[in-house]
Design a protein. Structure first.
Length: 67
């Protein structure tokens, strides 16, 4: 989860470049708040791709907010 739009874009690109298709969760809450960074957005991938996604994120040093 992150409230940083730059980090979110990076994570999406990282996952897409690996052939994964991430979706952004909680984008509506972010929009409702007027874009204020109070509602973090989360990324999700298909369950079959979860291990690969976690490995990619860890290898990139992106461990903050991992579930």
């Amino acid at each position: 989860a992150t409230t940083d739009p730059v980090r979110l874009s990076f994570l999406i690109a990282l996952l897409r470049d690996a052939g994964l298709d991430p979706i952004v969760l909680d984008a509506e809450m972010h929009a409702i708040s007027g874009g204020l960074p109070i509602f973090p957005r989360r990324l999700a991938v298909a369950e079959d791709n979860a291990a690969q996604a976690l490995r990619l994120l860890r290898d990139a040093g992106e461990t903050e907010g991992l579930c």
